[in-house]
Design a protein around this ligand. Sequence first.
Ligand code: FAD
Length: 413
Amino acid sequence: MADTDVLVIGGGPAGAAAAYWLARHGHAVTIVERKTFPREKTCGDGLTPRAVHQLNEMGLSEQLTKYHRYNGLRATGMGRELELEWPSHPVYPRYGYVVRRRELDQMVAENAQQQGATLLLGHEAVQPIVERGFVRGATVQTYGGETKDIYAKYVVVADGANSRFGRALGTFRTREWPYGTAIRTYWTTPRHAEPWIESALDVKDRNGNPMPGYGWIFPVGDGTVNIGVGLLSTFRDFKSVNTTHLLDAYAHQVAERWEIDPGNPERKPTSGRIPMGGSVGPKAGPSYLVVGDASGSVNPFNGEGIDYAYETARMAAQILHEALVTGDPTLLQGYTKMLDDEYGDYFKVARLFARVIGKPVLMRELTRAGMHSRTLMEWVLRIMANLLRPDELGPAELAYKAAAKIVKLAPNA
Ligand SMILES: Cc1cc2nc3c(=O)[nH]c(=O)nc-3n(C[C@H](O)[C@H](O)[C@H](O)COP(=O)(O)OP(=O)(O)OC[C@H]3O[C@@H](n4cnc5c(N)ncnc54)[C@H](O)[C@@H]3O)c2cc1C
């Protein structure tokens, strides 16, 4: 006997969204989240138009208005600045928000709860329950050390980048594909409510020497900015770069302009790994689906994963709904194709891009070309934020199509 129709492992963006949509379809769903809210999650806290769209779809547009809304991206590099508004799109809004994950994730999880999901905080799934090759739930441990078994018809694996639970079921990352690592913390500044998020394409060390990686400054609107740096595994010296030093160098680089005290952040910086480009699989088993970071669903162009967590979770919920209604578990196998149709080509192009910018000379040349042409950067933003229009073939769509055509012929790298 199942305790619930679907057991969701993890209450971050992916788990909370999966639970919301399943509850909305009328199913019994239980989320186990090992931490208690509010909890920290190392992140840039940037919500792009794709993420805002999903939050709106979950009925959170009103609640979002109390957070800092911004209009677009300011790209900096080669001594230049370009302010680029989010492009127009028939589906996605022309604005984003910056919301600390401490607040965002609690809001979205509680929204799932209000929709009817059961949210068990301080409950860690320590082991899958497997019967005759089918995952039937999880053994869960509470803070107090008690354990109990929760049985379910289906399981959603939403336990994030490290995904211990997913790995226990046999998921693995395609090692040859790029991944990322990033570090961030917060600084107080009078410029905390700027209408742009900022991204730097030329991070330097304290002596002004170029460093691999890119930097961001996301105004939180609460007296602070989230400042971080990201690195791709394709970058030169990736393994030997000390990200704490890199962030420190970047904070010093921007200190005067952003009016921060670089030596005095709000807290010690924390870092995290970012699986990307759909690099983790298999994404579906006979009775479980894998969503969000646990499936490597992060955009390799820019490291954004909150929107992909919401989107993959929603697709998984749709498939599980159909399986529950029809009583046909084989429908779960359609999830991998659904993801492939939605992101396959795009992630392939983005993975190739990640390889190209890993070469310092190419990165420099692309930055130079981009920073000298607003039009070019507008296309680049549209492509990198995955905001290509389905209804119109503009220059960005044409450029992307050409790249996708070439990449289709390339090996799956
Ligand atoms: C430094 C950094 C900056 C980033 N900046 C951005 C950004 O600005 N914008 C953006 O869109 N993306 C950003 N990302 C990516 C983004 O953080 C992730 O893509 C996103 O959090 C994925 O959501 P998720 O629900 O899959 O995983 P998570 O957010 O990691 O949630 C997983 C949840 O599962 C819980 N959990 C784990 N194991 C268990 C278990 N066994 N039992 C119960 N619960 C468990 C965890 O406590 C956690 O709450 C950034 C990532 C990093 C590292």
